[in-house]
Design a protein around this ligand. Structure first.
Ligand code: SF4
Length: 351
């Protein structure tokens, strides 16, 4: 590549969040426990590379639960599924494991509770996104979906004193704040979650990109087109006047982007594997190497779905029955799950 920037600044945190870690490890366990094909309702996480890796080992991704053959094992994606989908899956499949992120589940609970209490709920999200579809389905009669870019629009509640504002977890912080401000003005008694519904991973990655934008003249964001939090990272950079591009991999970098760029910022959406980031560093090949800009550290951990933990325990018991029993003081597979990363899980399935 002809143009060679002086520096590359790597955002921290970036890449896999706790929900994605859990979902990838959960689907890896499914591959280890059950004979393929294993079905997954919606892409397990919105990343082209991760989805292709699982397809190679016999996972079939479907967008309609009726495509799952009767009696097959099925996993539900990290973005959360509509109650009707969960119900239909449990009717058809022999085993249903729901890999929904607990932070999405929290919003589902919020929506159900608010609808029961008679609120008109405004849901700020992207129409057609898997997470938005699943959340709205919790109480369609009580929800109005609005896009973050267009805001409240023509929304008219039955009772202006009973309006709630709820959000997709992966929105852009500034877009959310804009809608929040106008909703508070229009409805002074507005109910909204104390810390907003935007998840820690979304806000941390966006804060890091905002810092990158102060130092860089080009920002590259690794992640797939259908990843909402990835797209939000690109928008945060562009809002600050910095040229930014989303790429699935290093191969998508156009040489012209690097012409005249002295400092290149690099980050990754919450579902993008870190080895793709490493390949981008190699491709950009900054003259003076790379440095890390860290805005915070993350220690969040989400355990495997409860239904899956039961299977893992049974599998371990069966394996140990044929071998020397594990001493009671030695941790079992589930005890070690926190140390076992999604990156290692992906290596295990041969990617
Ligand atoms: Fe959960 Fe946030 Fe990750 Fe989505 S981006 S899976 S809500 S932690």
């Amino acid at each position: 590549m002809a143009a060679m920037p002086d520096r590359l600044i790597l955002a921290e945190p970036r890449g896999f969040c706790a929900g994605v870690e859990m979902a990838i490890k959960a689907l890896t366990w499914m591959v280890r426990i059950f004979e393929p094909p294993i079905y997954c309702y919606h892409q397990i996480v919105h990343n082209e590379w991760v989805v292709a890796a699982f397809e190679r080992v016999g996972v079939v991704f479907v967008d309609d639960i009726s495509q799952v053959p009767e009696g097959a094992p099925v996993m539900l994606s990290a973005h959360g599924s509509a109650p009707q989908v969960v119900e239909e899956a449990s009717q058809r499949a022999a085993v249903v494991i729901d890999a929904v992120c607990p932070l999405v589940t929290k919003v589902h609970h919020e929506v159900r509770r608010l609808a029961e209490r008679g609120y008109d709920i405004v849901y700020v999200g992207h129409r057609g996104h898997d997470e938005a579809v699943g959340t709205v389905a919790e109480a369609p009669h009580a929800i109005t979906l609005v896009e973050p870019e267009t805001g409240l629009g023509e929304f008219q509640p039955k009772d202006p004193e009973k309006v709630a504002l709820v959000a997709q977890t992966t929105l852009g912080m500034y877009e959310w704040e804009e809608v929040l401000r106008s909703a508070k003005e229009a409805f002074p008694g507005l109910w909204t979650a104390r810390k907003s519904d935007l998840c820690y991973a979304t806000t941390n990655r966006q804060s890091a990109v905002a810092k990158l934008a102060e130092l860089c003249d080009l920002i590259l964001v690794v992640g797939s087109d259908n990843s909402s939090n990835t797209q939000a990272l690109v928008r945060v950079a562009r809002e600050r006047g910095v040229e930014a591009h989303r790429i699935d991999s290093a191969a998508e970098i156009q040489p012209g982007w690097l012409e005249g760029a002295s400092a290149v910022g690099l980050t990754a959406g919450a579902s993008a594997p870190d080895h793709l980031v490493a390949e981008v560093i190699e491709r950009v090949a900054p003259r003076f190497g790379f440095e890390v800009l860290s805005v915070t550290s993350e220690g969040e951990y989400f355990p495997l779905p409860p239904q899956l933990r039961g299977f893992v325990t049974v599998l371990q018991t069966v394996v140990e029955a044929g071998l020397t029993a594990r001493p009671p003081t030695e941790p079992g597979w589930l005890d070690r799950d926190r140390e076992w990363t999604a990156a290692r899980a992906l290596e295990l399935i041969g990617t």
